[in-house]
Design a protein around this ligand. Structure first.
Ligand code: ZN
Length: 239
């Protein structure tokens, strides 16, 4: 269980200098040569294969994520948000589980995201602790699972509304899920491609970010580490 034992804590991220994990992961990309051998952009794409044209254009279907996201007239907002949160939670958990052979305490002793940002879990005493990626994911999923059954956060009874801390916890949920997605893109995208799951990941990510924006669940600074990917995916998806 290590130091990550709290489900009622916040997470944070700090940029680190250790690039060895990511460099090793993406060091042998040879099948996708860049046009004109552009030496200025090549390192970026080698570091971020998820930005490659052949990958960002792939999705599972022609989906208008805006229509999927915007609250339909007559729908209850709390139920709409709860149902989406459950769906995001399940899909991200499913993707993470599918990659569990690649994302282990051995391969990912510390969870990192774009720019080698380390995501920390803060325990109940406010102490930031490092977690392995699978441990961070496990605690994130357990934390969310617990909140999804909390009537104060996701009321299911007609006429009930989230209490004061509900919105704050929702943003925390989405931040945790974003970190999980960011880790998959940054460290495991080649594994994702090998398993032919990148169309699913891209579609899920676009929907997730669009929903987060629509309901102000994440700050622009939260999603900035994958801002380049978001911009490109928006060009290819119906947003
Ligand atoms: Zn990992």
């Amino acid at each position: 269980m290590g130091g990550c034992q709290s489900y009622t804590s916040t997470s944070d991220s700090v940029k680190e200098g250790d690039v060895s994990v990511v460099t090793e992961e993406f060091s042998d990309i040879t099948e996708h040569k860049l046009k004109n051998n552009n030496t200025q952009t090549a390192p970026s794409l080698e570091e971020k294969p998820y930005l490659m044209q052949g990958y960002v254009s792939e999705r599972i279907a022609e989906i208008d994520v805006n229509t999927l996201t915007v609250l339909p007239v007559g729908f209850d907002k709390a139920e709409w948000m709860a149902s989406h949160t459950v769906a995001f939670f399940k899909h991200i958990n499913l993707l993470s589980s599918a990659l569990s052979d690649f994302c282990t305490t051995g391969t990912c002793p510390t969870i990192i995201g774009p720019g080698n940002m380390t995501y920390y879990w803060t325990d109940e005493q406010g102490k930031k602790v490092k977690c392995s990626a699978p441990l961070y994911t496990d605690y994130t999923m357990s934390y969310i699972q617990e909140l999804l059954s909390d009537e104060d956060v996701f009321p299911t009874k007609a006429g009930c509304v989230s209490r004061a801390h509900g919105p704050r916890l929702k943003t925390r949920i989405f931040l945790y899920l974003f970190h999980t997605l960011a880790h998959l893109y940054w460290v495991h995208f080649r594994d994702v491609v090998r398993m032919d799951m990148h169309p699913h990941l891209n579609t899920l990510f676009v929907h997730f970010v669009t929903f987060s924006r629509e309901f102000q669940l994440l700050e622009p600074s939260d999603t900035a580490p994958l801002g380049d990917l978001t911009s490109i995916l928006y060009q290819h998806h119906s947003c």
